[in-house]
Design a protein around this ligand. Sequence first.
Ligand code: 5FX
Length: 525
Amino acid sequence: MGLDFSTQQLKAVVINCKLEVLHEEAIKFDDLTKYKTSGGCHVRSDGLTVTSPVIMWVEALDILLEKMKGAGVDFSNIKALSGAGQQHGSVYWKDGAAVKLKNLDSTKTLKEQLSGCFSVDDSPIWMDSSTTKQCKQLEAVVGGAQAMADITGSRAYERFTVTQILKLIQTNPDAYKATERISLVSSFGATLFRGAYCNIDESDASGMNLMNIRSRKWEKTVIDACSKDLASKLEDPVPSITVQGAVSQYYVDRYGFNPDCEVVCFTGDNPASLAGMRLADDDIAVSLGSSDVLFLWLREPIARTEGHVFVNPVDTSAYMALLCFKNGSLTREAVRDEHCSKSWDNFVKLMADEPVGNNGFIGLYYTIAEIIPSNVEGCYYFDADDNPVNSLTASQHARAVIEGQFLSRRIHAEDMGFKFGENSRILATGGASNNMTILQVMSNVFGASVYTQDVANSASLGGAMLAMHAVKVTADNISYQERLKDGPEFKLAATPQAGSKEIYDIMAARCRSLEGRVVSDNAAL
Ligand code: 5FX
């Protein structure tokens, strides 16, 4: 069984050894109306502080399991469970909570028993951006943003957990003092099932700005800058596929779980999605949504102040990178609406009027302030000699927005150490991945084959797959990809067209320097 404590809902999926989905269930947090959440959270009046009531997540689990039991799910068949949680969010267990967890009474709900167990009722989540002060403070302690990235995989980010913990220490020291353990949303999920504190897994720990991504230990300078006793309130990071132990007797008595059902570490939703998509060595996944997100499989990561390096959940000696580009589908649609009569058919026809490489024209489109590269806004066009031009024709726009986006994705992936291996695949997911013309450009720009896959709920599915792998791997040492080879099929969607690589290699180098120019022009404004 795989669970996903995501921002808006709690999901579960049950699969068998053939990777067939036997049952799926979801509870939307906003349906628990007494908590008055919108999209599963509360945005405070400062517009920066974003939290979710932790007891709402607990109650959602009560309801989810009841619902599954009612639907006839036979929990006694479940051999192992794991799951995902929205990354970065934190849960504060109050003194005495471990005893409560250990002695859960199967005649009562979890909510009834755990209500008094949290020293902070409203957990900060990844949408929070109220900790700029703490980010600056911690970066100063380690020697700056790049130093923080080198150590922890990312520069200090407002949503990353340690900045939230430091804010609690500074603004509510009593609550911090009354806290015996701090979990991530992921390890909180595992803890509920285990009835005992579970480790934070190395992959999700990489989203805390607190773990050294090479040694996989808490970074002492950062710990000490927060509070000397912080490490004693955290369960140590362990590889994501670590078995934590059997499910609590509570679930055996109340829902008929098998007492031997193993609880495997939960991880972050993004690492779990990488597992659910069954990415392998040197693969790249590109999720084409309102923002575009790249998942890179990396052996030797280069941490930068843009993007994140996490420990890989599947191969614990490897890494993954996450790159989020804000200008994704919304920007493609803006160009379609302005220049291609609001129609994808017209867009595609116009694009075909221009050759691969757009006769050297490059367009960089940031209709909203971008994350990578950071804080640039506006649209910039250049001719084949890198001279700025004021406008492009409609057909040049159609080609330029797609080529410009993928050239930028490619150079930032390369900057983080990504290299295509012989068998590398690009896996395209998300709304725009059904547009074959877009996928063809992606294949040409990256110089690799593009595949698609029908995976809904990749995070919960990844949780279930990780659980299956974790309980078998010590006995048979089979790799994750080999074990899960019969999972959702990779469908070939596009291969690079002859001659395109040479064209885009040159354009990628140009794009790198043009983007640099746009960044410094924006900074000078
Ligand atoms: C990643 O760094 C994020 O903040 C989000 O993708 C959350 O994990 C969403 F749950």
